[in-house]
Design a protein around this ligand. Structure first.
Ligand SMILES: *[C@@H]1O[C@H](CO)[C@@H](O)[C@H](O)[C@H]1NC(C)=O
Ligand SMILES: *[C@@H]1O[C@H](CO)[C@@H](O)[C@H](O)[C@H]1NC(C)=O
Ligand SMILES: *[C@@H]1O[C@H](CO)[C@@H](O)[C@H](O)[C@H]1NC(C)=O
Ligand SMILES: *[C@@H]1O[C@H](CO)[C@@H](O)[C@H](O)[C@H]1NC(C)=O
Ligand SMILES: *[C@@H]1O[C@H](CO)[C@@H](O)[C@H](O)[C@H]1NC(C)=O
Ligand SMILES: CC(=O)N[C@H]1CO[C@H](CO)[C@@H](O)[C@@H]1O
Length: 649
């Protein structure tokens, strides 16, 4: 996360005297502006102001179900009446995404025996003890339990099965900031004076599950950026070790009781043991790209491509980029599209790899939980703390936007020029700058007129994206009407010296999300790390268009081309995607379908309850990995035939 960060050191994220809710509102409204602008913007966009604005906007009257159903009916009706040759590649992607998602959701479990059976089948172990209480809560709260939705937990935890459990438990306990569960109660441990209230937000969430959790420690990353980049080979070794021991143990050898962590308490009157800090790399040398690619598989395209040293030249987008994760020019496998290991060009197209604001990275595997990470990072993902505040200004509150028919056919974006430290020598490589130049009608028109390239991008060739506006050179003219996108703060470096950027961008006033939701389309691009807006956008009536290199807890439960429109991290597909959605009734119906289906789905699987269940299950698993009896620990009640029972389950 970018919006609380100003300085580079690991534990210096101190905050001013403002309350979190004030900051949250502000950050939300202003598009995560830095603190420098706080005073000004807070007065201009006070909560009252936003409430007043929000109150004036018509809101969705239809229940989301109805809206999503009507949208599906409308789109299907149009598609049924057009010939195959009139179908767009995106229509095919939508069809295949709907089908895949339907099949996935059909695997839903409604009772603990089914859930446990699916667990064993997919994980090769018994579920952790406490699984029945977890499932009971899920059933009681109408949670959609599909085993695949939790794949991320196992991906993240797998390497830790290769580490020694007592060492792991000790390191987790003695970390700087920990959500600690003892005897069924959760507490936040660590000095957070003057910091963002993440520890409290996460502790409050864990508290809800705590009565049903064993003793466990959740060490959390208090920095904005993800921090662990362990070499690929090392992770492979750990995973191999874990695999060797992975088994579904004999029920009579299985135990249900965790060991507990009281053995880690310091002896009476002894001082607390110090936190275990591995060696931290704190400068951009070696460059972050080089650290990250060491965590890529040896045969991946990025592994042997060194970081760029000179960013003074304009970035080169790969020409004729037809990645394997795309189909006919549009992202198909969104997970793969977020992976820098497959896309060496991202070393010059994403701020994380250009000049991150701060770095504090280790190549050693330690237990650390956080809200987002690169696919190459080794943190254990939990829902971002910003998704947990009940502050209505984070999610947009009740103001999720008017229904589709009442919306303005435009695209809107506001935010700050983050992504890293943008300077004269490197700004043209940042993703947000690229997104905004691509949405700038003036810039695109100039480019169409004389074929010159913009600072941050070149138009994708007609051979890749062939559509009328592109042929007749009216993409820029279209955007001039359609797009309302700009930075609210240029974040020039050195501060205030904006000569290098002034000819290309000017700051626009912020706009509350409630006002932004009047538009049909809202792009979402990474800042210094994940944007933290995605959940709010999904829950709105607008359609999010999203590219990212950051993974989040919810990825396995969201489907591209069904719940949102995915974009390539180069944004080379942006203009063509917008053209698809805006040049026919079919495209508009498709956009409405995705926007309303995403909203409806988000209301079912991105609730606080769903985040609780994710963290609850994760902590059952983490407690098990940290337990010296971990190979024997398991939930087996569903396998035991109750005495006197005539049939086996
Ligand atoms: C189907 O397409 C035909 C020809 O394009 C058109 O005349 C007809 O009105 C369409 N029907 C519907 C239900 O859209
Ligand atoms: C711990 O400290 C208290 C007060 O300083 C003292 O009374 C007590 O004897 C100490 N206990 C042990 C086990 O050292
Ligand atoms: C998408 O890509 C990932 C790897 O990046 C792969 O594991 C997964 O199987 C792919 N999904 C599909 C549906 O092909
Ligand atoms: C180019 O094509 C678009 C889409 O058909 C159309 O709306 C626009 O008027 C055309 N512009 C020019 C300059 O021909
Ligand atoms: C759009 O581009 C023009 C020309 O490059 C620039 O002057 C203008 O400031 C840009 N608009 C925004 C909102 O940044
Ligand atoms: C990663 C990297 O090389 N970033 C460069 C961005 O530009 C500045 C010059 O202002 C260089 O110092 C950085 O090294």
């Amino acid at each position: 996360m970018m919006f609380f960060r100003r300085s580079g050191t690991a534990f210096s994220g101190r905050r001013g005297p403002e309350s979190f809710s004030t900051i949250a509102r502000f950050a939300f409204i202003a598009g995560f502006v830095t603190l420098a602008a706080t005073g000004f913007l807070l007065s201009q966009y006070s909560p009252e102001h936003i409430r007043n604005v929000a109150a004036k906007i018509p809101h969705l009257n239809l229940t989301p179900d109805t809206e999503a159903q009507q949208a599906a009916t409308e789109y299907d009706h149009i598609v049924r009446n057009v010939s195959d040759s009139e179908l767009h590649p995106i229509d095919r992607l939508i069809a295949s995404s709907r089908k895949a998602h339907e099949e996935l959701v059909a695997k839903r479990s409604y009772d603990v025996a089914t859930a446990a059976a699916k667990y064993r089948e997919r994980r090769g172990r018994h579920p952790p003890p406490g699984f029945e209480k977890w499932m009971e809560y899920a059933i009681g709260h109408d949670a959609i339990v599909v085993e695949e939705f939790f794949d991320r937990i196992y991906h993240d935890l797998n390497p830790f099965w290769g580490l020694e459990p007592n060492t792991l438990a000790g390191r987790a306990r003695n970390w700087h900031h920990v959500v600690r569960v003892r005897d069924g109660k959760a507490s936040g441990v660590g000095d957070v004076t003057g910091r963002v209230p993440w520890l409290k937000l996460w502790t409050d969430l864990v508290s809800e599950a705590a009565p049903n959790l064993p003793d466990v420690d959740m060490p959390i990353n208090y920095m904005d950026e993800s921090r662990l980049l362990v070499k690929w080979e090392e992770i492979e070794d750990l995973v191999k070790k874990a695999e060797e021991k992975r088994a579904i143990s004999e029920p009579h050898l299985t135990v249900q009781k965790y060991r507990g962590l009281s053995y880690l308490e310091p002896a009476m009157n002894a001082s607390e043991p110090p936190a275990y800090d591995p060696a931290w790399i704190t400068t951009n040398s070696p460059q972050y790209w080089d650290l990250s690619r060491a965590a890529c598989a040896p045969n991946s395209p990025a592994r042997n491509i060194a970081a760029i040293k000179d960013f003074s030249k304009s970035p080169s987008l790969p020409s004729d980029w037809h990645p394997p994760f795309s189909s006919e020019g549009y992202v198909k496998n969104y997970t793969a599209s977020a992976d820098p290991c497959t896309q060496p060009h991202l070393r010059s197209l994403h701020g994380t790899f250009i000049e991150p604001l701060s770095i504090s990275t280790s190549t050693e595997l330690i237990p650390l939980f956080g809200g987002c990470k690169l696919p190459t990072n080794n943190e254990i993902l939990i829902p971002g703390a910003m998704y947990l505040t009940d502050d209505p200004f984070y999610s947009g509150g009740n103001g999720h936007g008017p229904q589709w028919a009442q919306k303005k056919g435009g695209i809107i974006w506001r935010g700050v020029a983050s992504g890293g430290r943008n300077k004269k020598e490197n700004w043209s490589h940042f993703q947000r700058h690229r997104l905004l130049e691509m949405l700038n009608g003036t810039t695109v028109s100039a480019l169409e007129k004389d074929g010159a390239r913009a600072n941050t991008f070149d138009m994708a060739p007609l051979s890749m994206y062939d559509y009328k506006r592109r042929r007749n050179g009216s993409v820029g003219a279209f955007l001039s009407e359609f797009a309302d996108a700009g930075f609210t703060d240029l974040l020039c470096f050195p501060a205030g010296e904006c000569e290098y950027i002034d000819p290309h961008f000017h700051a626009l006033p912020s706009k509350p999300m409630a006002e932004q939701y009047v538009n049909k389309f809202i792009p979402d691009a990474d800042g210094n790390s994940f944007s933290a807006r995605f959940r709010g956008l999904l829950l709105s009536t607008s359609l999010p268009l999203k590219a990212t290199i950051y993974a989040e807890w919810h990825d396995d439960r969201l489907a591209p081309w069904l719940h949102f429109a995915p974009l390539d991290n180069t944004f080379q597909d942006l203009h063509a995607v917008l053209d698809y959605f805006t040049s026919s009734a079919k495209g508009d119906a498709a956009a409405r379908l995705l926007a309303s289906t995403g909203k409806r789905w988000g209301e079912q699987v991105l609730r606080r309850d769903d985040m609780l269940l994710y963290v609850w299950r994760l902590l059952l698993e983490f407690a098990r990995v940290c337990d010296e009896n971990r190979l024997k620990l398991g939930y087996i009640d569903d396998l035991i035939i109750p005495e006197g029972s005539p049939q086996s389950p």
